[in-house]
Design a protein around this ligand. Structure first.
Ligand SMILES: NC(=O)C1=CN([C@@H]2O[C@H](COP(=O)(O)OP(=O)(O)OC[C@H]3O[C@@H](n4cnc5c(N)ncnc54)[C@H](OP(=O)(O)O)[C@@H]3O)[C@@H](O)[C@H]2O)C=CC1
Ligand SMILES: Nc1nc(=O)c2c([nH]1)NC[C@@H]1CN(c3ccc(C(=O)N[C@@H](CCC(=O)O)C(=O)O)cc3)C=[N+]21
Ligand SMILES: [Mg+2]
Length: 306
């Protein structure tokens, strides 16, 4: 903001901060209600199987919050924890058992998997009608095709779009730039925005002059996994900024020895954006909520068909 002497002292925040925790809480209440209804009409509750391999601290944290979130809305959660050195066939066996279990409506294998396991082979083994992560090629493929509806849309992209919609940000006709092209975030996010009639550009590690491309965006989805690297000067005035990045940076003042920052330099970007998500408390909680939502949808499909 320009001070009286004309020197730029600090950038005033003008953006509305999108509260992912509050929006999540609202949706979880709706989900709890739907679970109750299913239980009353079918005598059954949705079930989610969460498979964890190894002892990565961050994976354990995420898996714990997924299981806790299930409990909160009345979804039954089934846990399989396997040792780091489990062989691919044993892991496939676990997936096959959950595929066949009628009480299980969703299967999530926490990523990343240890290096000796072929991640793709495991994800492809998950039955497409229990693929609540939306990582199966059939579900991502359907998302990419006009006139097709995937059984499941990946949770993080779905959470991003839900945050935009529930914050009154129009997507149709807008110019969106997605930073990152991973199979689990960037690519499905770009496909989903395109399905919602945005004009989408994808920026990745080989992109030249990402800053000037991002500067054209009405909607920015940052998912590159590089702490605070999207700068305020990249953001067009009035753009909506969704920060998927969840990067630990060392911080001795924190109990766990680190704090989380996004891919966006929050305060800088907030001076230009109309809407922005914080990290933590933005996309993260929504990812888990969309997982619950996909599981409830799956159970409805299965129970109403039987
Ligand atoms: N909040 C949530 O719910 C979730 C958060 N995350 C977080 O989101 C971030 C991204 O995750 P994920 O997609 O799995 O990460 P990946 O590492 O799989 O993908 C990163 C992508 O960003 C691109 N990239 C890397 N550096 C740059 C750069 N300097 N400029 C532009 N693009 C770049 C890569 O390009 P290339 O393809 O060329 O290598 C790649 O496509 C991470 O911080 C992760 O922790 C992830 C999942 C859920
Ligand atoms: N099969 C699979 N599916 C996934 O969806 C999946 C995965 N593997 N592997 C890892 C990534 C990452 N991910 C996150 C989920 C929630 C938060 C989250 O809740 N974050 C909180 C903070 C959590 C904290 O404080 O540690 C927040 O942003 O507010 C973050 C990241 C899902 N992923
Ligand atoms: Mg990845």
């Amino acid at each position: 903001m320009a001070a009286a002497d004309g020197v730029v002292t600090s950038a005033a925040q003008q953006a509305k901060v999108i509260d992912g925790k509050a929006i999540s809480a609202e949706i979880r209440l709706e989900l709890a209600e739907q679970v109750k209804q299913l239980q009353q009409t079918c005598g059954k509750v949705p079930g989610l199987a969460v498979v964890l391999v190894g002892t990565r601290g961050d994976s354990e944290t995420y898996v714990r919050s997924k299981r806790k979130a299930c409990e909160e809305v009345g979804i039954a959660s089934y846990a399989t924890d396997l040792p780091e050195d489990v062989c691919e066939d044993d892991l496939l066996q676990v997936v096959a058992q959950y595929n066949a279990d009628p009480n299980v409506h969703g299967i999530l294998v926490q990523l990343p998997l240890p290096g000796h396991i072929n991640e793709r082979r495991i994800l492809d083994a998950i039955s497409i009608d229990k693929d609540v992560d939306g990582f199966h090629p059939a579900n991502i493929g359907a998302l990419a095709m006009r006139g097709r509806t995937p059984l499941f849309v990946s949770c993080t992209p779905k959470g991003c779009v839900e945050l935009l919609e529930r914050s009154g940000v129009q997507i149709s006709g807008k110019r969106a730039v997605v930073i990152g092209r991973s199979n689990i975030v960037g690519t499905p996010a770009a496909l989903l925005l395109q399905q919602r009639d945005a004009t989408v550009t994808v920026v990745h590690s080989r992109t030249r002059d990402a800053a000037s491309i991002v500067a054209e965006a009405d909607i920015v989805i940052a998912a590159m996994g590089k702490p605070e690297s999207v700068r305020g000067s990249w953001i067009k005035a009035g753009a909506a900024v969704i920060d998927v990045g969840t990067n630990p940076v060392p911080d001795a003042t924190k109990k766990r020895g680190y704090r989380l920052v996004g891919d966006v330099a929050f305060h800088e970007a907030a001076a230009h954006a109309s809407h922005i998500t914080p990290v933590p408390g933005g996309v993260g909680p929504m990812t888990i909520t969309m997982l619950l939502s996909n599981t409830v949808d799956s159970a409805k499909r299965a129970l109403h068909a039987s």
